[in-house]
Ligand binder design. Structure first.
Ligand SMILES: Cc1ncc(COP(=O)(O)O)c(C=O)c1O
Length: 385
């Protein structure tokens, strides 16, 4: 941890010593801690059939501030609305920002389930470490999400495949020009209904392995969910689209030889009887879906390896017809890869069709999310449960 971050940990310890959990009874905690101001003008719900991704937001948002010496304070839910920021707010030029993304699902009997909310809260906290952002107790992150979804539960859509997308974010809010960690932050959560990712069944994508552009490097910020990583991916993604591909297959930042990620998903492939995914080497985001898939595959007794995969080995398996390949992420759950481009050549994977294992993984995770399949690992937790 760089020296510049140390003062945050000192103030965190001070804050922890003041935390009221020790004297507020368990069942009164969140009412005592989170102030809720309800909107006087509730919005009209869009029809589930019209939902896209990231266009519509609910009636409320969660907010909490941090100041050095005071810690995280003033947790509150307010009507959804714009922020007012000084033009010199340091997050704007220097990008000290982290976020996460997860979903709530309205499943059997209309009950609302949050998928692996505790793991997403822990990952947000971990992302903060890389950017010198003071720790937010994952229990508080989880409570902020649960309380907001509870308040805005009418916004969770019902049509199969739809969900409520949840976006917790932390931004640096101090006003200054100069490069150092901010002394103040805003944590906020917004939510909005999103449409089914696959409206007409699973559709294999075409991906271009980039030998020119990289998303992240070891020792950088690839393992954090931070704004700059997405900015860094835009140019390469546009070039891939111009060449007729949907996504970029990111190769490692040093040798441009080993697979890192695909688009904004983790990459996995099956060659013969071995399922392989790159190890979490510091340049790769530890996807929650990645972990869910690896856990299921191990439950099913498959041979699973987290090891570097060279692009040449992938091409050889594609030529031999022994390759199945897919991306994993919250938005799509599983995204089959039907075509791979590299250095001007196009390779068809698994006949351009969704593989059997890819489909089984998708069906199993979606079943857990909507409560129609057994959930042996307790990943989906009921709202209010
Ligand atoms: C860069 C990147 N990799 C991988 C993932 C997949 O992570 P998860 O499965 O937690 O959604 C995401 C999406 O959050 C991402 O943005």
């Amino acid at each position: 941890m760089p020296d510049a971050c140390n003062r945050h940990w000192r103030s965190l310890l001070w804050y922890r010593s003041l935390r009221p959990e020790t004297f507020i009874p368990e069942n009164e905690r969140h009412v005592t801690q989170i102030t809720i101001t309800r909107t006087a003008t509730p919005g009209q719900l869009p029809a589930d059939e019209t939902l896209a991704f990231g266009k519509v937001f609910s009636d409320h948002m969660f907010l909490m501030n941090y100041e050095e010496g005071k810690g995280w304070h003033n947790p509150r839910i307010e009507p959804y609305g714009p922020f007012s920021l000084d033009p010199a707010t340091c997050v704007l030029p220097y990008g000290q920002a982290i976020f996460d993304g997860l979903k709530a699902f309205r499943g059997v009997a209309g009950q609302i389930r949050l998928f692996r909310v505790g793991d997403h809260a822990r990952r947000l906290n971990k992302s903060g470490h890389y950017l010198c952002i003071p720790e937010i107790d994952p229990a508080i992150v989880e409570e902020s999400i649960r309380t907001l979804v509870q308040v805005d539960q009418r916004w969770v859509p019902s049509l199969p495949g739809t969900s409520l997308y949840i976006r917790p974010t932390v931004i640096a809010t101090e006003t200054f020009l100069g490069v150092h960690p901010s002394h103040s932050y805003l944590y906020y959560v917004i939510v909005g209904p999103v449409g089914a990712y696959y409206k007409e069944g699973m559709n294999p994508v075409s991906i271009l392995a980039s030998d020119q552009y990289v998303r992240a490097v070891k020792g950088g910020l690839g393992a954090a969910k931070t704004a700059g990583n997405y900015a860094a991916s835009l140019f390469g993604a546009e070039e891939a689209q111009k060449a007729g591909y949907t996504q970029v297959l990111w190769l490692d930042g040093v040798e441009h030889k080993y697979l890192d990620e695909v688009g904004t998903m983790n990459i996995m492939l099956k060659i013969g009887d071995e399922v392989i995914t790159p190890p979490l080497n510091g340049a790769i985001l530890a996807g929650i879906t990645r972990d869910s898939v690896l856990t299921l595959l191990r439950d099913w007794g498959l041979r699973v390896s987290e090891r570097p995969i060279a692009i040449d080995d992938v091409l050889a398996a594609a030529r031999a017809g022994t390759l199945e390949m897919w991306g994993t992420g919250t938005a799509a759950v599983i995204s089959p890869v039907g075509e791979l481009g590299y250095k001007g050549e196009r390779y068809i994977i698994n006949g351009g069709r969704t593989g059997a294992l890819t489909q089984k993984l998708y069906d199993t995770i979606v079943g857990i999310q909507y409560g129609t399949a057994p959930d042996p690992h307790g990943w989906a937790s009921l709202l209010g449960g």
